[in-house]
Design a binder for this molecule. Sequence first.
Ligand code: ATP
Length: 433
Amino acid sequence: MSVNSVPTNLISATIEKESFYHGLMPREDVRLILDKNGQFLVRMSEPKHGEPRSYILSVLYNNKLDDFNAVKHFVINCQQKKYFINTNVSFQTIQDMIAYYQKGNIEIQDGCKLVASVSRQFWELDHEMITIQAKLGEGAFGEVAAGTMNFKRRGKTVKVAVKQAKAEKLDKEQIKCFMAEARTMRKLGHQNVVKFYGVAVMQEPLYLVMELVSNGALDSYLKKNEDLSMEKRVEMLLQVAWGLEYIHGKPMLHRDIAARNCLYGDGKVKISDFGLTRNGTFYQVKPNTKAPIRWLAVETIKTMICSQKTDIWSYGILCWEVFNNGAEPYPGMTPADVAQQVSSGYRMPPHSLAPFEVQTLTTRCCAENPNDRPTAPEVAQILQRVTGVHRPNFSAIAKKEAEELLLMNTATMKNYSHRRKGTQRKPCVPKGM
Ligand SMILES: Nc1ncnc2c1ncn2[C@@H]1O[C@H](COP(=O)(O)OP(=O)(O)OP(=O)(O)O)[C@@H](O)[C@H]1O
């Protein structure tokens, strides 16, 4: 947190050094990392419009079957440089307060007690690990920049892309969206999905850190490389199909498949931009939500319903983009024209130079009836056959990458040593992966 943005009566100079302090982590993430009754952490509340921030003590209490409400969030008050939750007893520091309740086995409220603190997870990065370099683009939350991340443990440096969010410029809802995107990315590991390294939420701006994909957004790459062969284009589509097959297998809906949301580098296309992604296989969009009309399936335009088959429709539009050098779909039409034309049955014709099977596939992806559209595995199978490209062992590749990442990350190892004092350090995949 930038010190200026925290109410001056509340600044705790030492709390950031504590492994149980998790910065601006929202309550949705807290629920995922506390799993035993009495486990706790301290965090900073996101500001609601105009409200001051405060430290929060979050404790898992009376947990039954992953009940979201099982976490109690106690506001840590501060008056005259003394911290307190209950007015009858106050402390010089938050650490003193925690020691009082934990070591004394004293109930905070309604039977809630502190048993064990939970340290920062391996995906909670330190800002010091990251060096920001050139600007890559502008995102919904702020700038996206290229940079490097230094894993202290192995001295290894990797190139990264960093989405930055200035919490003082964002409202509570936007911070929630930023962290929700990170939460989604944490669950994914596939060669055709952009790799997630973690979030840095101890200071502002908040960072979402992912691998740097060398050629950037696929739409720009296609615009700059009009001489790409048809074979190469079909191979790119196969890679997106592999990524989408993986996402649907979770199961999740991406809800924003488009060339602008794919990245291209080192011969691989990677699906990116998980801001609209939802868990499950079905999602009803709330009324008056902004939507990428040119990529929307006919039933989404009419009823705002999203399913795996609406992702497949968007994939069909992506096929059009890939064969048309990243041009904007439905050229010459306004978004209102697109909605009206698509609802009346109009479809863009597939590119005449694309292989015949791919033309048929593209048409099927945008079939009126969602049941007539192929599934992502079916798309992948067809394109594997057309290209003759063999299917890699995705889970073995992802497992190896996840293990390498865990070994490199200092924060992770700090966590293990904290939790497994006196025992041999062994990497394992923590919760939330
Ligand atoms: N991992 C990455 N590697 C290389 N370039 C990237 C990466 N992520 C993003 N970029 C670049 O930054 C630009 C903006 O990123 P992005 O579109 O993901 O931001 P965003 O916040 O998701 O925006 P929006 O939600 O409005 O699409 C992209 O168009 C791309 O050029």
